[in-house]
Design a protein around this ligand. Structure first.
Ligand code: PLP
Length: 457
């Protein structure tokens, strides 16, 4: 693939995020990746069309199957994650759906961490359940025995987030991968919150990595995308009868994907699944994603630093009952986070206001820089009240059990100046205190006095 072989692993991440995968494939030598906004591609003749249909990796035919702009993004992300290849689809949800439907069939079983993005949880519980694919959720993903105990005879995937949304738990990838592999099962991780800059799960034993590319990979918050990266090392044919679509079903040439595609067997099967279900990305969004990736390391490094400063500051505030950020020593996964995420623990954290929902409402109404919305990984700072949005289908007891109370707010830290963001948080806390009448006994002395009155965002 153009670009990849020119960039040996000795090149640093910051160099590869600019160069990998996007050199030398445009007929006019365009240096920026062109947007191939076309539904289809001309065949030279019938034999050419026949060849491209028989093996979509030999040439483009129709954008639902593949597109040069999407392919450039796929090569770059595969390079950054250290995978053998990647598949770009229309959203993070499409990536999870496509990856799991490549592995699983009706009657199969998933074991998943219960602390995952709520949309994924509902996808597994409700939609996959309807298709006859059942899921058991592990409440304590730190405990390998809990994963082990949930595995049954039809379990075909372990699923977790490397940094969990919304409370920031960190997955012990080597430990959970060891459990999975002992049972001949792949570990599939959603690494949206970590990004390949902070963590490369394939190097730690995960088999398949998923991202919502709508988030940090893009960063600008303008286009949706999802990506699946294949580590290329899982032995799909090790246990006869398993992973039928990848290892047993034969194509027109009489061979299975394992026989035809080798280390890319999962990826090529996933491309066929995507071609049939149709979650294709727009070439325009693939272009926007490539633009975003070029600054990934700079953004995530700075966002992580700012998040750490904000989380530490919030933890000192009397209006705040608790802060969930693995970069803080108070987080139960702090030691693991420092070990697996030495470059930073990410830009997302949650904190709980002692004044409950009224405090959260007052806070959200009064902040000027933090935009209330359901998105994350943006260059702008965002705030969300999970109990009334992403987690609205859960009852109070359930919310209490998972620690997503009425006073919990999820923060995605952007690229604004850290001092301005702390001033905005202080404004929100003031409002929360005024609204709930919760007057802390010991007001800290470092409350910023000159809060900006107007903000040009
Ligand atoms: C961790 C995680 N995975 C997947 C998704 C779904 O991604 P998308 O919105 O691109 O479908 C989200 C969305 O918030 C997420 O936070």
């Amino acid at each position: 693939m153009p670009g990849l072989e020119n960039h040996p692993e000795s090149l640093a991440f910051a160099t590869r995020q600019l160069h990998a995968g996007a050199r030398g494939f445009d007929a006019y030598g365009s240096r920026a990746t062109p947007i191939y906004l076309t539904a289809g591609f001309e065949f030279d003749d019938i034999a050419d069309g026949e060849g491209r249909f028989a093996d979509p990796t030999t040439g483009f035919s129709y954008t639902r199957v593949g597109n040069p702009t999407a392919a450039a993004a796929e090569r770059r992300i595969a390079d950054l994650e250290g995978g053998v290849g990647a598949l770009l689809v229309g959203s993070g949800q499409a990536a999870t759906t496509t990856a799991l439907l490549t592995i699983l069939e009706s009657g199969d079983h998933i074991v998943a961490a219960s602390a995952i993005y709520e949309g994924t949880r509902e996808l597994l519980r409700s939609e996959f359940g309807r298709l006859g694919i059942t899921t058991d959720f592990v409440d304590d993903p730190r405990d390998p025995a809990a994963w082990e105990a949930a595995i049954g005879p039809r379990t075909r995937a372990l699923v977790a987030e490397t940094i969990a949304n919304p409370r920031g738990g960190v997955l012990d990838i080597p430990t959970v991968a060891e459990v999975a592999h002992r049972h001949g099962i792949p570990l599939v991780v959603d690494s949206t919150l970590a990004t390949p800059y902070l963590l490369r799960p394939l190097e730690l034993g995960a088999d398949i990595v998923i991202h919502s590319a709508s988030k940090f990979l893009s960063g600008h918050g303008t286009g949706l995308g999802g990506v699946i990266i294949d580590g290329g090392r899982f032995a799909w044919d090790a246990v006869p009868g398993r992973f039928r679509q990848i290892a047993a079903e034969t194509g027109p040439d009489g061979r299975t994907f394992v026989e035809r595609s080798g280390e890319r067997a999962f990826l090529d099967t996933a491309r066929r699944v995507a071609m049939r279900f149709g979650p294709s990305p727009s070439p325009l969004n693939a272009f926007l994603l490539l633009q975003g990736i070029e600054t990934l390391s700079l953004r995530v490094e700075r966002q992580s630093q700012t998040a750490a400063a904000l989380a530490a500051w919030l933890e000192t505030r009397p209006e705040v009952a608790g802060v969930d950020y693995s970069g803080l020593p108070s987080h139960p996964d702090h030691d693991l986070a420092v070990r697996l995420l030495p470059a930073g623990q990410g830009a997302l954290f949650s904190f709980t206001l002692a004044g409950g929902r009224p405090a959260a409402e007052a806070f959200t109404r009064s902040v000027r820089l933090f935009t209330p919305m359901t998105h994350l990984g943006d260059v702008r700072s965002l705030v969300l009240h999970p109990a009334t949005t992403t987690h609205a289908s859960r009852d109070d007891a359930d919310l209490e059990r998972i620690g997503v109370g009425p006073g919990l707010l999820r923060i995605s830290v952007g690229l604004e100046d850290a001092g301005d963001l702390i001033a905005d948080l202080a404004r929100g806390l003031d409002a929360a205190r005024a609204a709930t009448g919760v007057v802390p006994e010991d007001l800290p002395e470092d409350l910023p006095e000159d809060l900006p009155e107007t903000v040009s965002a």
